[in-house]
Design a protein around this ligand. Structure first.
Ligand SMILES: *[C@@H]1O[C@H](CO)[C@@H](O)[C@H](O)[C@H]1NC(C)=O
Ligand SMILES: *[C@@H]1O[C@H](CO)[C@@H](O)[C@H](O)[C@H]1NC(C)=O
Ligand SMILES: *[C@@H]1O[C@H](CO)[C@@H](O)[C@H](O)[C@H]1NC(C)=O
Ligand SMILES: *[C@@H]1O[C@H](CO)[C@@H](O)[C@H](O)[C@H]1NC(C)=O
Ligand SMILES: [Zn+2]
Length: 541
């Protein structure tokens, strides 16, 4: 079983789909030809930039988002607000004159936090700001009153495991990066329950705080008791840690009314500009429409959704029609683990060879710094040439590893992927908190993001040939939990892919992943992933 959880075998790549031969069967084009083709888009790129940044469409994505976010508010999976948001977008996209505007049904999780609060009773009365974590169970109706045990890490929890029974475990882990620290949110309750805790309170995964809790999804594990779990502010976590270090006894009363309902009907929202030469081939731009139930979901991911809409609007307004179909998808159920995107992938993967690139913006629409790209070296060189078209706004950098929960399914199957890179310095100040409102969005920055998103998607959709795709890691359809590589998730896959590319070109790796989508890796984690991959390749060969 263990060995089955990381199955990999080599096979010749079945879908070397990016055509390298010309359609008329003549010689493959040289890179010089492609460079010249891209340089030919310079005037079009300037026109897009002018319209988005200086012209009639200036501030449009911001203004549209403001009306939407102020009208609909936050959009939790399964909520009436999310239904309203989808209906709103459906009619707005139709009114905008886009093509094939339609909704694709999806079932999404439906969890509600209900009434919730926490009070410190000892050593003094103090109201603790909390936000229950997505999928948490409720406390009993009378609440839970228990002594607190503060730990700074899972290691400390395990070392002091015998003290945890009957306590509320408070995690005061320092913020390193979101990718590294978020496991305290996703696994904190499970680890606490394993050592007998009755609830867990987790320091928010935030790089800055003004006493604001930051929510997010968390996972229970079968066979481990489900205990209520919520996040608390950095300030309260640090205070309780200081108190505990002084040997002060802390008692907290916690009450949570969270409920999980049966999955709800929802929709991915789709609009297109249909291609005029290869309409069956798709360039996909996206963001997610759902959000947490706090703030306005303006940053996460209103911005990404609305610059994706803006890309189609700008192209339409300029009277452009690319050779391929430019398809915008606004995902539903992202915050619950990319639920809408997974169903979309299952439904559409039969056409995977027609997906040219999948793009998602889900890491803010602040001042853009470039594009993150996942794909082979040849495709990357092409992307660099395309990004050079953005010199007028000085956003030409190409980074490694596109990020986006909703596009991972495709990228793992070899489809090139891209995500917007922007100034993330304040992103985790607001992420998943009441602070995620229109106030953090900036029209000038959104104009620039929209320009990048539009130039990239339009040029790729209009080039004579699809982007080449090379050997990529392939993920099996059914994720399983691996025990021997730990929770490396995407890190493992990216690194294994790199190893394959270096040592076994032309081959493909199949294996079953362990979750942890969208997390970023440190060099140490990459190194351990590589080591793990290497060890198991020795065992299996
Ligand atoms: C766009 O927003 C900026 C910053 O708020 C403002 O200075 C500018 O006048 C706005 N432009 C339009 C056309 O509203
Ligand atoms: C703390 O609050 C409880 C009930 O909320 C109250 O009974 C108690 O007197 C308070 N203690 C202090 C010291 O204020
Ligand atoms: C696959 O592509 C073909 C050709 O464009 C289209 O007719 C069909 O509906 C697509 N299938 C799915 C599931 O999207
Ligand atoms: C262009 O961007 C780079 C960072 O990507 C920065 O160092 C440089 O100062 C910028 N140049 C201008 C003219 O804004
Ligand atoms: Zn998001």
């Amino acid at each position: 079983m263990k060995y089955l959880s990381l199955i990999f075998f080599m096979s010749l790549l079945p879908q070397y789909a990016g055509k390298s031969l010309r359609r008329d069967g003549s010689h493959p084009r040289t890179f010089e030809d492609i460079k010249n083709e891209i340089a030919g888009y310079s005037d079009t790129a300037k026109a897009i930039i002018d319209l988005a940044v200086h012209g009639k469409a200036q501030n449009r994505s911001y203004e549209r988002l403001a009306v939407f976010a102020d009208t609909v508010g936050p959009r939790l999976s399964g909520s009436k607000n999310l239904d309203a948001a989808i209906q709103y977008m459906f009619s707005a996209l139709q009114k905008d004159g886009l093509e094939n505007v339609h909704l694709e049904p999806v079932k999404v999780p439906h969890w509600e936090r209900g009434e919730e609060f926490a009070v410190m009773l000892e050593p003094r009365n103090h109201s603790i700001a909390i936000l229950g974590l997505g999928s948490s169970v409720a406390t009993p109706p009378e609440g839970i009153t228990a002594e607190v045990m503060v730990v700074a890490s899972f290691d400390e929890l395990h070392r002091r495991a015998q003290e945890a029974k009957g306590k509320i475990v408070v995690y005061n882990q320092p913020f390193v990066t979101y990718g590294e620290t978020v496991r305290y949110r996703s696994q904190g309750a499970v680890e606490a329950a394993k050592v007998g805790a009755v609830a867990s309170l987790i320091r928010s995964i935030a790089s800055f705080s003004i006493d604001s809790p930051h929510t997010g999804w968390q996972n229970y594990q079968s066979g481990v008791p489900r205990i209520p779990t919520a996040c608390i502010s950095v300030e309260d976590a640090e205070m309780m840690s200081r108190m505990a270090l002084r040997g002060t006894k802390i008692v907290v009363y916690l009450k949570m009314g969270a409920r999980t309902y049966p999955d709800s009907p929802s929709f991915n929202t789709v609009a297109e500009i249909v291609g005029n030469k290869y309409p069956e081939q798709i360039v996909l731009v996206s963001g997610h429409l759902d959000s947490w139930d706090v703030g306005q979901g303006a940053m996460d991911d209103g911005g990404g959704a609305f610059i994706s809409w803006e890309a189609l609007s700008l192209i339409k307004d300029l009277g452009l029609r690319p050779k391929r179909t430019l398809r915008m998808v606004l995902w539903t159920g992202e915050e619950q683990g990319g639920v809408g995107a997974e169903q979309y992938y299952q439904l559409h993967k039969e056409n995977i060879s027609n997906f040219d690139i999948v793009m998602e913006s889900d890491e803010g629409t602040f001042k853009p710094s470039g594009l993150a790209f996942t794909g082979n070296a040849k495709a990357r060189d092409i992307i660099k040439e395309i990004m050079a078209l953005l010199l007028p706004i000085n956003v030409t950098d190409v980074f490694d590893n596109a990020d986006g929960t909703d596009i991972n399914y495709w990228m793992r199957d070899g489809v090139p992927g891209a995500s917007l890179r922007d100034d993330l310095s304040k992103y985790f100040w607001f992420h998943h908190s009441q602070g995620d409102t229109m106030t953090v969005q900036d029209p000038n920055q959104m104009n620039l993001c929209a320009a990048v998103w539009t130039v990239v998607s339009y040029v790729i959709a209009d080039m004579e040939e699809m982007l080449p795709r090379g050997p990529r890691v392939r993920k099996s359809n059914k994720p399983e939990h691996s025990s021997f590589c730990g929770d490396l998730g995407l890190w493992l896959m990216e690194t294994a892919e790199l190893a394959i590319r270096m040592y076994c070109p032309g081959q493909i790796l199949h294996f079953v992943n362990v979750g942890g989508d969208g997390e970023k890796s440190s060099d140490l984690q990459k190194a351990s992933a590589l080591l793990c991959f290497w060890k198991h390749s020795q065992k299996l060969s």
